[in-house]
Design a protein around this ligand. Structure first.
Ligand code: CO8
Length: 257
C-alpha cells in the first residue's frame, strides 16, 4: 500500500505507523486519518503482527485536525462526509495499540493517542484541546475519553481552558501510562510492545474487549462478559501451553491459537 502522509514498517512483531506531515506538525487531514486507520486494519489482520505502535516525530505527535482543510466545512458538508466514521473503525482494532508521543499532541492528535490503548510520552510532550480557542470543540472523542479517564471537573478545566498540559500532569491523572526522557520514548514504547508481543494474543484480545466493556456495561453485564471471555481462553492452544509451561517450570511460547 502506498501512503502519502504516513510511513509504515515492521520491527519484530510490532507494526509501526509513523505520522509523516512534518511541515504542518503532523496535522491530521482526512487522507491521513484514512491512511492511519487502513494501516491499523492491515496490521490487525496480519498474524505476524502482535502489537501496533503509532508515533510522530520529535516535534509533534500531531497538532490536531488540519485547520486549513476544516475551515470551509458546513454542518451539511460534515453530515454528508461523516468524517468520524473512519475514527469509529479504530474501536474495532483488536490488537494492543501503543501511542509513542513527543512534542505536541493537540486536538485530534490527542484524540488519536486516546484511541490507542497505552500511551508513552516524553517529559517535554504537550497535550491539550485547543479547539475552544478556534470556536469549536473536540469531535473525535476528546470529551468522552478524558472525562472517563480523569473525571468531570479536571476534563472540563482542560477542555474549557484549552491550555496545554504536561505529560507528568496526565500521568498523575491516569490518562497516560509512562513518562520518560524524550530520547527514550521510542525505546520505552518498543520495550512495552515487545513484552506484549510475548503474551498470549487471544488473552490480550479478550482482556481488551472486557476492559473496554467496563466503560459501557453495568457491573453485572461486565462480569458476565468477563466470565465468557475467561471460558473462551480455555478453547485456545495458548491456555494449554501456558499452564503446561507453568507445570514444567519453563517460559511459555504462545502462538495465538
Ligand atoms: N492544522 C493545519 N496546520 C497546522 C496545524 C493544524 N492543526 N498545526 C500546525 N500547523 C502548521 C502551521 O500553520 C505552520 O504552517 P506554516 O509553516 O505554513 O505557517 C506549521 O504547521 C508549523 O506550525 P507553527 O509555525 O505554528 O509552529 P509552532 O512551533 O510555533 O507551534 C503549534 C506549534 C503549537 C502546534 C501551533 O502550530 C498550533 O497551535 N497549531 C494548531 C493546534 C490546534 O489548534 N489544534 C486543534 C485543531 S482542531 C481539532 O483538532 C479538532 C479535532 C476534531 C476531530 C478531528 C477530525 C479529523
Amino acid at each position: 500500500m502506498t501512503n502519502t502522509h504516513i510511513t509504515s514498517y515492521i520491527d519484530g512483531k510490532v507494526g509501526i505507523i509513523q505520522l509523516n506531515r512534518p511541515k504542518v506538525a503532523n496535522a491530521l487531514n482526512r487522507l491521513m486519518i484514512d491512511e492511519i486507520v487502513k494501516q491499523m486494519e492491515v496490521y490487525d489482520s496480519d498474524d505476524a503482527i502482535r502489537v501496533i505502535m503509532v508515533k510522530g516525530n520529535e516535534k509533534a505527535f500531531a497538532a490536531g485536525a488540519d485547520i486549513d482543510e476544516m475551515m470551509e466545512d458546513t454542518p451539511l458538508s460534515l453530515e454528508l462526509l461523516d468524517p468520524f466514521a473512519v475514527w469509529d473503525r479504530m474501536l474495532l482494532i483488536k490488537k494492543p495499540m501503543i501511542a509513542a508521543i513527543n512534542g505536541f499532541a493537540l486536538g485530534g492528535g490527542f484524540e488519536l493517542a486516546l484511541h490507542c490503548d497505552l500511551i508513552v510520552a516524553g517529559e517535554t510532550a504537550k497535550f491539550g484541546f485547543p479547539e475552544v480557542q478556534l470556536g469549536v470543540m473536540p469531535g473525535a472523542g476528546g470529551t468522552q475519553y478524558l472525562t472517563r479517564e480523569m473525571g468531570r471537573r479536571k476534563a472540563l478545566e482542560m477542555v474549557w481552558l484549552g491550555e496545554p498540559v504536561s505529560a507528568s500532569y496526565l500521568l498523575q491523572n491516569g490518562v497516560i501510562n509512562r513518562v520518560v526522557a524524550p530520547e527514550l520514548v521510542e525505546e520505552e514504547s518498543m520495550k512495552l510492545a515487545n513484552k506484549l508481543s510475548k503474551q498470549a494474543p487471544i488473552s490480550l484480545r479478550l482482556i481488551k474487549e472486557a476492559v473496554d466493556a467496563a466503560g459501557d456495561l453495568s457491573l453485572r453485564d461486565g462480569l458476565k462478559l468477563e466470565r465468557k471471555n475467561f471460558y473462551l481462553t480455555f478453547a485456545s492452544g495458548d491456555q494449554k501451553e501456558g499452564m503446561q509451561a507453568f507445570a514444567e517450570k519453563r517460559r511459555p511460547s504462545f502462538k495465538g491459537v
